[in-house]
Design a protein around this ligand. Structure first.
Ligand SMILES: [Fe+2]
Length: 205
């Protein structure tokens, strides 16, 4: 794929592109509840459940369990079970715009078979929804995380190549359309910032 001018500017020296995600990590309410969903329902083997007494780089003891479930490519999805810092609100369903994770399968037959298996386990699973470039089924895990299983549509490669040609231009168009709203909500300084916003919680403590 051809890189956008933005990507070319930000690409470090001679480093090869980062090839894949090693893990994405989320908070879970309960390790066994989470194991049931990812291992028994989605068929991802539990590959590690590591008990730690303190997070890396911290001095205070915050015991937590770090869970990893394996995917077919050897990569993982991970969870933290850390009850002391957990609140019930953290496990309410979060909208897909805010956070979701999508897993990839190869064929439409597999997609439909997964949907049947998920529904047979008593988990509501809707779709398949045809997004043009992918077709997807959706469900929530027991932690309120929206999870998606998708397939690439036929012609995915050429469709994405087309999308990439107009991607930078689309950001410009979108910026022109939404800039005023975002400046009103977040301020120019926040939009210009290239580092994360300082935590309001940390400021108060
Ligand atoms: Fe998605």
């Amino acid at each position: 794929m051809q890189m956008s001018s933005t990507a070319q500017q930000s690409r470090p020296g001679k480093l090869a592109p980062i090839p894949s995600i090693h893990h994405a990590a989320y908070r879970c309410r309960d390790a066994e509840q989470t194991r049931w969903f990812y291992e028994d329902v989605l068929g991802m083997p539990l590959v590690a459940a590591i008990i730690n007494e303190k997070p890396a780089g911290r001095t205070e003891e915050i015991p937590y369990l770090h869970l990893f479930f394996g995917l077919g490519d050897g990569n993982t999805i991970a969870f933290f079970d850390e009850p002391e810092g957990a609140t019930a609100e953290q496990f309410e369903r979060i909208g897909g715009f805010d956070r979701h994770v999508a897993f990839l399968v190869d064929t439409e037959e597999e997609l439909v078979a997964w949907q049947k298996r998920i529904q047979a386990a008593g988990v509501s699973c809707h779709g398949p929804i045809d997004h043009g470039i992918v077709k997807s089924i959706y469900m929530y895990d027991p932690n309120g995380l929206q999870t998606e299983i998708c397939i690439r549509a036929p012609g995915y490669g050429s469709a994405m190549a087309q999308e990439q040609k107009v991607a930078v231009d689309n950001i410009r168009k979108w910026d022109a359309r939404t800039r005023a709203t975002k400046e009103r909500k977040f301020g120019r300084e926040a939009l210009a910032r290239r580092t994360a916003q300082p935590s309001q919680k940390q400021k108060k403590s």
